[in-house]
Ligand binder design. Structure first.
Ligand SMILES: NC(=O)c1ccc[n+]([C@@H]2O[C@H](COP(=O)([O-])OP(=O)(O)OC[C@H]3O[C@@H](n4cnc5c(N)ncnc54)[C@H](OP(=O)(O)O)[C@@H]3O)[C@@H](O)[C@H]2O)c1
Length: 262
């Protein structure tokens, strides 16, 4: 029975992966910034009682991340898979119009959080002699530049560089590092602004059209990622849901296959 830790797993793809790992028989430590999981999430997880726990963790704080590792080891033993999933979007705006608090939230969550998470997991896993560390890629990871998203894109481009480097550093230790590439998903990340309001992008007809063609529910993506992570033994592996081929097929078949996510 594998022991899994997922940062940012109170909702979205993190929560969907937690449910998928639990359904596969694993033990999961979920985490997020709040003190507890919401009552709705708790009731959704009730059939897995005894195989999961919630540990608060603000990934911008190293001490929180260390506590997340320690709490998981204490309850479930060695950590087999650690996923740096917690992420922050930034307002859809030019960088010269973006306030300092959004810059800090995106950089500190998406970069510091991934670096702290990887340090803590790599230290613990090299001591154990085994384990896998994954981080969640996003727009920018492939070097594509899109206006008004360069802050977020910079953090995800850096994440990819960092994870490739981490894989090289871990070579031969028995610990592996890899990347998850989810494409576009229907989560709060897209439908809400970083402050929780309805995202203006939802009423942009061009965005809606592309999103409805390319995006998926997080549960669909989690069902793809989880068995592959459980099976993977290869270092520096990228597990990609929305490949170029799949995206091209979605565009070609769009006139015959209507999809309405938003
Ligand atoms: N949605 C997409 O289309 C998409 C596409 C590509 C990549 N991604 C990536 O996928 C990951 C998850 O995104 P999502 O779409 O599932 O977003 P989401 O629904 O907004 O969920 C984000 C999760 O991260 C947690 N979180 C945010 N800031 C945190 C922090 N500083 N410390 C700890 N936890 C934090 C949130 O928990 P609390 O609020 O409870 O703290 C929540 O559980 C992110 O890394 C994102 O960049 C998303």
């Amino acid at each position: 029975m594998k022991n899994i830790v997922i940062t940012g797993s109170t909702r979205g793809i993190g929560f969907a992966m937690a449910k998928e790992f639990l359904a596969a028989g694993c033990r999961v430590t979920l985490s997020g910034r709040g003190d507890t999981l919401s009552p709705e999430v708790q009731s959704e997880l009730s059939r897995f009682d005894g195989r999961y726990q919630y540990v608060p963790c603000q990934v911008r704080n190293l001490a929180d991340v260390e506590h997340l590792w320690d709490a998981s080891v204490k309850t479930f033993g060695a950590v087999d898979i650690w996923i740096n999933n917690a992420g922050q979007n930034a307002p859809h705006a030019f960088i010269h119009e973006t306030e300092e608090r959004y810059v800090r939230a995106a950089v500190e969550t998406n970069m510091l959080g991934v670096i702290f998470g990887s340090q803590v997991a790599a230290r613990g896993m090299t001591r154990q002699g085994h384990g896998a560390i994954y981080s969640m890629e996003g727009l920018g990871s492939n070097d594509m530049i899109q206006l008004k998203t360069i802050l977020y894109g910079t953090t995800k481009r850096a994440l990819t560089y960092f994870m490739k480097g981490l894989a090289k550093e871990l070579d031969g230790t028995g610990v592996i590092a890899g990347r998850l590439s989810p494409g576009m998903m229907l989560t709060d990340f897209i439908t809400k602004t970083p402050d929780g309001a309805v995202a203006a992008i939802q009423s942009d007809p061009h965005f809606k059209k592309i999103f409805n063609i390319l995006a998926d529910k997080p549960e669909t993506v989690a069902a793809f990622f989880v068995p592959r992570m459980l099976k993977n033994t290869k270092n520096d592996r990228q597990i990609a849901w929305l490949t170029g081929g799949k995206a091209a097929w979605r565009f070609m078949s769009a006139p015959f296959h209507k999809r309405t996510l938003i």
